[in-house]
Design a protein around this ligand. Structure first.
Ligand SMILES: [Zn+2]
Length: 340
């Protein structure tokens, strides 16, 4: 049932010795998978002394987590770690077997999606491959209310791993929850500037259902929930007909998904005498930007998407919430990333 490379990796994993942490005040070692998971852990540990904990992030900016396969060095890092913190809901589709093996070895494996799933806020999936019918849509972080739940629950896990720093981690999480509420309120105000009958977000894959739910927009993705599903000719024709029918003015390319299929939609609309643009800005979908940039933070990534959408619909942004960090860069909308 496992492919040969996965079996080889699992074998490698079994050969790595278990390291005992009890006799040394070694830093707690945490491995994170996706850019979102890495950012959340970084935020929550911001006030913890650097010598108490190390965080190793596996996926870099722009990496597609649906397709990312753990490398040998990833597996070695995870098997050495005290805890692996990942996104969950099968977003990291190539990690499932490795996670199982790690859990059996006693490594703490925590999915950030856990409280969202437990409290019933996951959205259903659809039409994936035959063995994955009715899975949850894994893109839960695009609703900031979900991310707030995740932040508070992940803080509890981190506080248990670092009991000497539990208080400061909890305080950081509570302050961060307020920041998430502030950016969410700002996004509601921003997205409401677009006239009601135009509030449809058309993108390359189905990453934005939670976002649509959060801001009250309709969402139409070209590919299925996983980027492993290729959009076929029928999908392209169906979305083109939908776009023409609804008079949707603009389509959005996503950072970790190639733009060809969306360009085909535009061409199909134009071939039938319609008009639609590809937005000049690329949305962040399953991967964020590099850690030190605005788009490399959850708040910056989310706000960038909102800014890109609202601007592409020809509207102006409301004022950025006072005191909310990171601040919306003044040149955000002049740095274009067109995909032709
Ligand atoms: Zn995705």
């Amino acid at each position: 049932m496992f492919t040969r490379p996965i079996l080889a990796l699992l074998f490698l994993l079994m050969c790595v010795p278990v390291i005992s942490a009890q006799d040394a005040p070694a830093p707690v070692e945490i491995v994170t998978t996706t850019t979102q998971a890495s950012d959340l852990v970084r935020v929550l540990l911001a006030e913890v002394p650097a010598d108490a904990v190390t965080v190793t992030a596996l996926m870099g900016a722009g990496v597609d987590p649906h397709l990312y396969k753990p490398t040998e060095s990833d597996i070695a890092a995870m098997s050495r770690a005290d805890a692996v913190i990942y996104s969950g809901l099968h977003l990291e589709g190539q990690f499932d077997a490795v996670f199982e093996a790690l859990a059996e070895r006693g490594v703490t494996i925590y999915a950030i999606a856990t409280p969202v799933k437990e409290q019933g806020f996951t959205l259903g999936g659809f039409d994936l491959s035959e063995e994955l019918v009715n899975v949850d849509d894994p893109h839960f972080w695009f609703d900031p209310r979900n991310w707030e739940l995740s932040a508070l629950a992940t803080a509890e896990v981190l506080a248990e791993l670092l009991p000497d720093h539990a208080e400061v981690i909890t305080a950081t999480a509570e302050a961060y929850a307020l920041d998430l509420q502030a950016v969410y309120a700002w996004s509601l105000e921003a997205m409401a500037t677009v006239p009601e009958d135009q509030r449809v977000l058309v993108t390359s894959h189905d990453a934005f259902n939670y976002f649509g739910d959060a801001v009250g927009w309709e969402v139409r993705g070209l590919q299925g929930l996983s980027t492993a599903d290729e959009a076929g000719v029928a999908d392209i024709q169906a979305v083109a007909a939908f776009v023409a029918d609804r008079g949707i003015p603009v389509l959005f390319v996503e950072s970790s998904v190639p733009p060809q299929a969306l360009n085909a939609v535009r061409e199909a609309v134009v071939a039938n005498g319609g008009a639609v643009e590809i937005a000049p800005y690329t949305l962040y979908s399953d991967a964020m930007d590099a850690p030190e940039t605005f788009g490399g933070t959850y708040i910056g990534m989310y706000a960038s998407n909102v800014a890109f959408i609202v601007t592409a619909f020809g509207q102006a942004l409301p004022d950025w919430p006072e005191d909310l960090l990171p601040e919306l860069p003044e040149d955000l909308l002049t740095v274009e990333t067109p995909e032709e």
